[in-house]
Design a binder for this molecule. Sequence first.
Ligand code: MN
Length: 324
Amino acid sequence: MEVIEDIIKILKTKQTFVLTTHIHADGDALGSLLALGLALLNNGKDVVMIHSEPVPENYRFLPGAEQVIMVQDLKEKEGFEVGIALDCTDLSRVGDAEQLLQKADCIINIDHHISNEYFGQINMVETEAAATGEMVCGLLVKGGFTITPDIATNLYTAIITDTGSFRHQNTTANCFRTAAYLLECGAAHSFIQHNLYEQRSLQNLRFMVNVLQTLSINENGQIAWMTITKDISTEADNNDSLIDYAKSLKGVEVGILFKELDSGEIKVSFRSKSYVDVNQLAAHFGGGGHERAAGCSIKGDLKEVKQLVIRKTEEYLAKRRAAE
Ligand SMILES: [Mn+2]
């Protein structure tokens, strides 16, 4: 039996579900979580949707977002028949919710990252899918679940955000087919665009100006990077597309964003334009992701981490030139 059919059977026959997604959730993570959660709730299931942090303010417009809770808000922490992780490469990515998932009788892993570690009893991993939301849509359709306007809005947001509004290289014909279908199901296109791209706070825009001022470029102009130091970091710094500015420069192949975290680690995000496999690059430092978008966290001094990462990226680019 196909994995997708196994999952549909479990969704239909089991009663209690705990759903979660990765820390620092983005539109795909939350949209997928909410879409599957709402579909199960609409079918009379007992569903708990968990995130290890409060839902980021910029995603609170998503239908059902107020139903996502944190582990500490949960009274009964055991007895779930099924645990589902969405958009997570490995179990540690779910943060606080990891123990909760491990206590479930069965873990289902639904994800599209090439670096996925197949941590579930059932693993639906489709690396050619642009978004986990695209996979969830396929799952719901195949299972005969009704895609309500609220579910459609969540899935449409997932696809919009993970494809950079259909600009990234991961955009396929299936993304457009799925998006078109979701619009037919009632996805609120204008409402989503407004909330994603027209609700920026002045503080956030000023933060972006500060980050853009840190833009640097290597000697041959193929690597550009920006740095979010603790002193320019603000609560309004939630911006997944900031790194795209580094990549947008003519001649640049790899864009990098360094962010100093309170934990003493440096969060490093990579984007590549057309040929560098940044999943491999991130994997070198213990991270992962996709070919054109990946990340990792490295312990250490900001200056040293930057040197290390930029040198490694230059090596990758040099290897590529040598191979040509
Ligand atoms: Mn994703």
